[in-house]
Design a protein around this ligand. Sequence first.
Ligand SMILES: NC(=O)c1ccc[n+]([C@@H]2O[C@H](COP(=O)([O-])OP(=O)(O)OC[C@H]3O[C@@H](n4cnc5c(N)ncnc54)[C@H](O)[C@@H]3O)[C@@H](O)[C@H]2O)c1
Length: 286
Amino acid sequence: MSVPEIRRVGVVGLGAMGAGIAQLAIEAGFETVGREVSDELGSAARDKIAHFLQRKVDKERMTSTERESALGQLSLTTELADLADCDLVIEAIVEDLDAKLELFGALEGIVRPDAILATNTSALSVTEIAAGVSTPERVVGMHFFNPAPLMPLVEIVRAELSSDEAVEAAFGVGERLGKRPIRCHDTPGFVVNRVLIPLLNDCIRVLDEARVSPEDLDTAMTAGAGWPMGPCTLVDLVGIDVHVHASEALYEKLREPRMAPPPRIVAMKNAGLLGRKSGRGFYSYD
Ligand SMILES: NC(=O)c1ccc[n+]([C@@H]2O[C@H](COP(=O)([O-])OP(=O)(O)OC[C@H]3O[C@@H](n4cnc5c(N)ncnc54)[C@H](O)[C@@H]3O)[C@@H](O)[C@H]2O)c1
């Protein structure tokens, strides 16, 4: 398939991930159309982006003029029809297959036939999402990491029927967004989560098996294995609920016992100990 030069990018869903992706797109100079389900959510996302760009100005990583020009690249809408002229649409809506299938089906009737459709899903199959459209060759995964403006990696995921051109175009956009893209196939957890989730679950099990404290486990892995951050600190940062959900999703697909969330962390989630965001997880935060 031939793919267009990517000038105009649509981002559907401006939540935690979508707002970060839209920020990257406007900073890279793409005309960007952000679609939210309500005007209020759209404005909240724009305010958040404006705030983060102001912080960059304050830290002298960007000028006020660059900030204004970036913000000028962002238009907001609640109508999918306003994505008609986008060369690439990145979907970052709720992690629900039916919602994504419905969205991709609708987008197919709106965007040009050569426009690329990308999903930021973490745990769903890109191939299954692509199966919802009649032109699956244009569907790829672009899996950003949270927070998207700060985390350098983006996994460019090839689904069963993705075309080489769509994969390479998405890879090129990843580079233009200032990321370090990698290419991989559509398998559960892609690359990072496939490796990291069972590993973090091992760490959590070791807390009980070796009767080691979270502090000492973190010291063990930073001082003994060269990790930049200890596993308990990392899971607190990611969110206990997010980690449990990702573990369950991976376990459901691969059925390997190490993928299943350890009971200790499920109990933490049920008790509302969600890590940094709730003020308490393995550690307490004031
Ligand atoms: N949060 C993470 O760490 C992370 C990392 C990588 C990928 N992801 C993936 O990114 C996607 C978005 O996650 P998030 O954390 O930004 O979620 P979020 O809850 O912050 O945002 C979800 C967005 O979806 C919109 N939405 C909800 N229901 C919708 C529907 N039926 N139709 C259209 N829009 C709808 C909401 O208005 C909101 O903008 C998910 O697929 C998630 O798996 C998340």
